[in-house]
Design a protein around this ligand. Structure first.
Ligand SMILES: NC(=O)c1ccc[n+]([C@@H]2O[C@H](COP(=O)([O-])OP(=O)(O)OC[C@H]3O[C@@H](n4cnc5c(N)ncnc54)[C@H](O)[C@@H]3O)[C@@H](O)[C@H]2O)c1
Ligand SMILES: CC(C)[C@H](C(=O)O)[C@@H](O)C(=O)O
Ligand SMILES: [Mg+2]
Length: 370
C-alpha cells in the first residue's frame, strides 16, 4: 500500500506529538511492507513567522498533492490579540474549508487503565464508547456576515452569523447514521431547537434522514442537557451528531471521561483530502518540555490508516498497542494517578507504543505461520 501524507506539525506541542505519530507510521510501514511517504510543511504561528501567512500556498499545494493530511496543532499566545482572520487558527479553518471534509469524527473510548485519572467515578466512565460526529464546515465558524462594528475609531459591537443549509445537515447526518449502523445503532442529535431556527432546521432534517436508516434509533437532545449527561451518564451515548460549535465544546468535555484531552483523536472525512488531527490544541503551558501526551496524535494516525488507507488490521493493532502500554501502567504526566507505575515523556510513550505494536504484529505473524 502506498500512502502520501502531508505532515503539518504546527505550533506548541504539535511537532512533539506528530514526531511520535510518524514514528508509529514508519514502524507499521516497515513491519507490514507499506510505502508511506511524508512531506512536511508549515501551518499556524510558525507559518506566520516564516512566510507571513498562517496557511502558505506551498502548504496547501502539498496537501492537495497528498492522500491525507496529519496535523499537530496551531495557536500561540503571541498571536492572541490579532483579529480572527490573521491568527494561526485561521490557517486551520482555511485548510479545513479547502480540503472540504465536512464530517469530523471524534471517538471517545474509555481505557480501563485510566479509570483512576478520570474525574468521573469508575462505574460512571467504564465502558463509555462514543463517536462524536461534528459538522465542520458550517455554522458560526464560517457563516457570513461577520465582523466588528467600529464607530469613531472604537469597536462598539461585533457579530457572527449562525446559518445552516439543509444539504449541509443532510450530508453529515448520513455519515452519523452510517457510522451508527456499524456500532450500537443509536444516534443522539444535539441541538438548541427550543431557541434557534438553525436548530429547528437541524432537527427536522435529521429526523427526515433517519427514515432511511430504520435499524438505527434516533433521539434529540438539547445541548445543555447533553453537556450534563455526557459526564453523568456517558455510557448512554453511542453516536452524537451535532453542529460545529456544539461539537467543539462537547468533544473537549468528553475528554474528561479518560482524564485528558491528550488522548482524543479525530478524522475529518467527506472532502477531497481527509484530514487527521488530535482534538487538543498547542498547549502552550507544557510546550517544549517533552511531556505532552502523544496518544491523541498516534490514534489519529490509526484513524488515517482505517479511513483513508483502509488498513483496518494495522489501525486496530495501533489501538491495541496504546491500550497495552496504558494497561502496563505507563502514563504521561497528564494521565498520572495512584495507579501509574511509571511516568514517561512524549518520546518514551511513543517508543513504548511502537515496541508494543511490533510485538503485536510479530505475534500474529508467528500464529499464522504455525
Ligand atoms: N486543532 C488545533 O490546532 C487546536 C485545538 C484546540 C486549541 N487550539 C489552540 O491551542 C492554543 C491553546 O488552547 P487551549 O489551552 O485552550 O487548549 P489546549 O488543548 O492546547 O490545552 C488545554 C489543556 O489541556 C492540556 N493538553 C492539551 N493537549 C495535551 C496533551 N497532548 N498532553 C497533555 N496535556 C495536554 C494543556 O496542557 C492545557 O492545560 C490556542 O491558541 C487554541 O486556539 C488549537
Ligand atoms: C483551533 C480551533 C479553530 C479548533 C476548532 O474550534 O475547531 C479546535 O478547537 C478544535 O477543536 O479542532
Ligand atoms: Mg476544540
Amino acid at each position: 500500500m502506498k500512502l502520501k501524507v502531508a505532515l503539518l506539525p504546527g505550533d506548541g506541542i504539535g511537532p512533539e506529538v506528530i514526531d511520535e505519530a510518524v514514528r508509529i507510521l514508519k514502524t507499521i510501514g516497515e513491519l507490514c511492507d507499506h510505502d508511506f511517504e511524508f512531506i512536511e510543511k508549515l501551518i499556524g504561528g510558525v507559518a506566520i513567522r516564516d512566510c507571513g501567512s498562517p496557511l502558505p500556498v506551498e502548504t496547501l499545494d502539498a496537501c492537495f498533492a497528498s492522500d491525507a493530511v496529519l496535523l499537530g496543532a496551531v495557536g500561540a499566545p503571541r498571536y492572541d490579540d490579532l483579529p480572527p482572520d490573521k491568527r494561526p487558527e485561521a490557517g486551520l479553518l482555511t485548510l479545513r474549508r479547502a480540503l472540504g471534509g465536512y464530517a469530523n469524527l471524534r471517538p471517545v473510548v474509555f481505557y480501563d487503565a485510566l479509570a483512576p485519572s478520570s474525574p468521573l467515578r469508575p462505574e460512571t466512565a467504564r465502558g463509555a464508547d462514543i463517536l462524536i460526529v461534528r459538522e465542520l464546515l458550517g455554522g458560526l465558524y464560517f457563516s457570513e456576515p461577520r465582523g466588528f462594528v467600529v464607530e469613531a475609531g472604537k469597536q462598539i459591537a461585533a457579530y457572527n452569523t449562525l446559518r445552516y443549509e439543509t444539504y449541509e445537515i443532510e450530508r453529515v447526518a448520513h455519515i452519523a447514521f452510517q457510522a451508527a449502523r456499524q456500532r450500537r445503532r443509536k444516534v443522539t442529535s444535539v441541538d438548541k431547537a427550543n431557541v434557534l431556527e438553525t436548530s429547528q432546521l437541524w432537527r427536522e432534517t435529521v429526523t427526515r434522514v433517519a427514515a432511511s436508516y430504520p435499524e438505527v434509533s434516533l433521539e434529540h437532545l438539547y445541548v445543555d442537557a447533553c453537556a450534563m449527561r455526557l459526564v453523568t451518564h456517558p455510557q448512554r451515548f453511542d453516536v452524537i451528531l451535532t453542529e460545529n460549535l456544539f461539537g467543539d465544546i462537547l468533544s473537549d468535555e468528553a475528554a474528561v471521561i479518560n482524564g485528558s484531552l491528550g488522548t482524543l483523536a479525530s478524522a475529518t472525512i467527506g472532502g477531497a483530502i481527509d484530514l487527521y488531527e488530535p482534538v487538543h490544541g498547542s498547549a502552550p503551558d507544557i510546550a517544549g518540555r517533552g511531556i505532552a501526551n502523544p496518544i491523541g496524535a498516534i490514534a489519529s494516525a490509526a484513524l488515517m490508516l482505517r479511513y483513508t488507507a483502509h488498513l483496518e488490521q494495522e489501525a486496530s493493532d495501533i489501538e491495541t498497542a496504546i491500550r497495552q502500554v496504558l494497561d502496563a501502567g505507563y502514563a504521561t504526566p497528564d494521565l498520572q494517578s495512584e495507579a501509574t507505575r511509571c511516568v514517561v515523556g512524549t518520546a518514551e510513550m511513543g517508543q513504548l507504543i511502537t515496541e508494543a505494536l511490533a510485538e503485536i504484529v510479530d505475534r500474529r505473524r508467528a500464529y499464522h505461520a504455525v
